[in-house]
Design a protein around this ligand. Structure first.
Ligand SMILES: C[S@@+](CC[C@H](N)C(=O)[O-])C[C@H]1O[C@@H](n2cnc3c(N)ncnc32)[C@H](O)[C@@H]1O
Length: 278
């Protein structure tokens, strides 16, 4: 099959981005890439992929702006609060079973609201059983591919808008009162931030009791999604939980190992014994 000049220019452009910045464009959905690149092309007033390629050559900063556009970083604390409410009793049970040594991974953590939601949820699980002082036993790995997001997660300061779905008493209990609001040091101590590309790297420190990967795989093409689900199944401890985004659905071979516990909230649980590969 022959491709049009426009198709060839698009392919050449995405390959160039991958070479220059290591973003595996080939694993992302085509229409998602096109939409985001179009945003930057409009911003720079160019109309063809070739012209935009020349803009990138002339202005290396444009790569940063493009990567910002490609890695959509929208997030907030307790995003879809009902999901976190459904997760709470499961987290409490995990806390008790693991004597506080719960290992969680926020994969695609954006600017830190998700890993700190996890830290708050774990602190609440500990509080329920009078073990607040044991929070330091827990760990939340916060990873993302986007440099700017990681910097914000490392120096966590949040605007009031980030709290719109968070129950106010939790915001009062775990964050400083004055804006910009910061999580308490006890929470900051359990969140470990690192750069990580889900399309090319292995999970940072398996096994995990909980993997939260929400509103990330939606940008990947189907083969990449299927591969990642398998990676998550391998990285979970038996009985561990996978939480996906509200509009994301698990498919492929991982379905044999991850049981759908709550269809509405996309909560899955690893049911089998550890795989020989793991
Ligand atoms: C829409 S945000 C989701 C944030 C958070 N999980 C939530 O649901 O609120 C998507 C995040 O995925 C990250 N991302 C995109 N591609 C990635 C990749 N290949 N590896 C790791 N993170 C990636 C983006 O940088 C962005 O921070």
């Amino acid at each position: 099959m022959t491709s049009s000049p426009d198709e060839r220019a698009f392919k050449a452009l995405t390959q160039k981005i991958t070479r220059a910045r290591g973003l595996a464009c080939g694993s992302y959905k085509d229409r998602c890439l096109r939409r985001r690149i179009a945003v930057r092309m409009r911003a720079r007033g160019v109309h063809t992929y070739d012209d935009y390629s020349r803009v990138l050559d002339a202005d290396q900063q444009e790569y940063d702006l493009l990567l910002d556009a490609l890695t959509i970083n929208v997030t907030k604390f307790f995003r879809n609060i009902e999901t976190w409410q459904a997760l709470a009793p499961r987290l409490a049970a995990l806390w008790t079973e693991r004597h506080g040594q719960v290992r969680a991974w926020s994969a695609g953590c954006a600017s830190g609201e998700e890993p700190y939601t996890l830290a708050v949820a774990l602190a609440e699980a500990a509080r329920q059983v009078g073990q607040q002082t044991l929070l330091g036993r827990a760990r939340v790995d916060a990873t993302d591919i986007d440099r700017a997001s990681l910097e914000r997660t490392r120096a966590p300061e949040f605007p009031e808008t980030a709290f719109s779905e968070m129950p106010p008493e939790l915001a009062r209990r775990y964050f400083t009162a004055e804006p910009p609001r910061r999580p308490l040091p006890a929470l900051q101590r359990i969140v470990r931030v690192q750069k990580h590309d889900l399309t090319t790297q292995r999970p940072p420190a398996p096994p995990y009791d909980l993997i939260v990967c929400r509103n990330v795989v939606i940008y990947f093409d189907r083969p990449m999604q299927e591969r990642l689900f398998d990676v998550f199944a391998d990285a979970l401890a038996p009985g561990g939980i996978l939480l996906l985004g509200k509009v994301e659905t698990l498919f492929g071979p991982a379905r044999q190992r991850l049981v759908l516990e709550d269809p509405r909230e996309r909560i899955y649980r690893r049911s089998d014994s550890p795989s020989p590969r793991g």
